[in-house]
Design a binder for this molecule. Structure first.
Ligand code: MF3
Ligand code: CO
Length: 291
């Protein structure tokens, strides 16, 4: 963190206050962690109160779109119909689906069924069957601000084994969330996620992680869910990132579809589940922005 600001200069955060009365002590604290060998965030990862409020508005839309999917998703529906629900509702609320055309992604939402780990592409040929588990991953741009969260849906009569996977992954996210507080580390969260998955006999996907989000769809830091407590980036108030572990019933190994170059599958074709929330680090803990 390069800080050549004078103590009487206006603070970098845009508050209008003098640096010495605003973020000077904060920056010194971060510099101390850095000197101890920790990875620390730079100012670009710390959102201002104004930005946070705009991101919250985007999150409200993301949540409303997921609620709308929850009300309408049912057996026999195609994943293209889910895509239609998402694009219609997002437009109605004044937003733009962030996935559409993102790095060439062709649809407005990701729909990942059973052994599909993530980035499943909606299709009018893919029908939700009785017993499927499906992740619907919604991301919204609203007034230029980004939100991103996903939920699992159980279609019809789901086997107890798959239902347990879905429930345990939600617990993983909640246990990880408890570790999110200022001056803790991303690895504290990651280890909590991984420990709970492992305790249930599951494995956590390694190569695909979470991310900072808000001003862009995907920002630093990259977020692992197989990390160790006390490692990875220091958490400070104003950071926003996702907790979105992909947890597999069998092997952690995955592969990407050779034809579409998006869909990620488990290597052993056993089921995978994911929940995604967006969390803000606050002065005294955290706030869930989207779920
Ligand atoms: N929504 C995903 C995430 O949680 C990203 C999907 S990228 C897309 O980060 F292009 F596939 F939409
Ligand atoms: Co995400």
């Amino acid at each position: 963190m390069a800080n050549k600001l004078g103590r009487n200069d206006p603070c970098w955060c845009g508050s209008g206050k003098k640096y010495k009365k605003c973020h000077e002590e904060f920056d010194n604290k971060i510099a101390w962690y850095k000197s101890e060998g920790h990875i620390v965030p730079d100012h670009s990862m710390i959102k201002t109160p104004e930005q946070i409020e705009k991101i919250r508005e985007s999150c409200r839309i993301n949540i409303a779109v997921l609620d709308y999917v929850a009300e309408n998703i049912r057996v026999g529906m195609t994943t293209q119909e889910i895509d239609d629900l998402v694009s219609q509702k997002t437009a109605e609320l004044g937003g733009i689906p962030a996935p559409l055309n993102y790095e060439g992604y062709p649809k407005s939402v990701c729909t990942s069924i059973n052994e599909v780990v993530c980035h499943g592409i909606p299709s009018d040929k893919t029908v939700l069957k009785d017993g499927d588990i499906v992740n619907v991953d919604v991301s919204t741009i609203y007034n230029g601000y980004f939100s991103d969260s996903s939920r699992m849906f159980c279609i019809g009569n789901v086997s107890p084994e798959k239902k347990k996977l879905v429930d345990v992954v939600k617990e993983c996210v909640e246990l990880g969330l408890e570790k999110v507080q200022p001056w803790a580390f991303l690895g504290d969260m990651g280890q909590a996620v991984n420990d709970h998955a492992k305790a249930n006999g599951y494995s956590v996907v390694r190569e695909i992680g979470g991310h900072g989000v808000g001003l862009e769809f995907h920002e630093d830091p990259w977020v692992s869910y197989v990390s160790k407590a006390g490692t990875e980036m220091l958490l400070v108030p104003g950071m926003i990132f996702t907790i979105e572990p992909m947890v597999n019933m069998g092997t952690h190994r995955v592969f990407v579809d050779k034809d579409d170059d998006w869909t990620i599958y488990t290597a052993d074709k056993k089921p995978s589940a994911q929940w995604e929330i967006m969390v803000l680090v606050t002065e005294d803990g955290h706030e869930v922005l989207a779920y």
